[in-house]
Design a protein around this ligand. Structure first.
Ligand SMILES: [Zn+2]
Length: 124
């Protein structure tokens, strides 16, 4: 059975990887416009921006990873990172939750959105 959701950290990581590929393809596209240096420059700067943005995303993943809780997946016994109230196991996509109230309930990514973080919460 295919599950629609995947682990958030993995998802963001593949997004960043996609951005790098996108940037490289755009920069390659600039070669086709080498007769027009302005268009070529636009393509190359767009590609560079995309790659730079992916670096920011990678940095962001690093920040998120430090906040994520490492748990051992009950399904595959491998350590995985849980981000937010509900997340997927990185290895077997088992839905995991940190909230005991949601334990046993059907997985729904909306649980992360419903409880908006209030400002001024205590720093851990
Ligand atoms: Zn697992």
């Amino acid at each position: 059975m295919a599950k629609a959701y995947s682990n958030k950290i993995n998802k963001i990581r593949s997004f960043a990887l996609g951005l790098i590929f996108f940037g490289v393809i755009i920069m390659y596209g600039g070669i086709f416009f080498r007769d027009n240096p302005i268009i070529m420059l636009i393509f190359i700067s767009l590609g560079m921006l995309s790659i730079l943005f992916s670096m920011v995303v990678y940095f962001w993943i690093g920040m998120l990873s430090t906040k994520a809780v490492v748990v051992t997946c009950p399904n595959c016994d491998k350590p995985t990172k849980v981000l937010g109230r509900v997340d997927m196991c990185m290895h077997c996509r088992e839905p995991l939750t940190l909230d005991p109230d949601l334990d046993g309930k059907e997985f729904n990514e909306d649980y992360n959105k419903k409880k908006k973080q209030t400002s001024g919460s205590t720093e851990s």
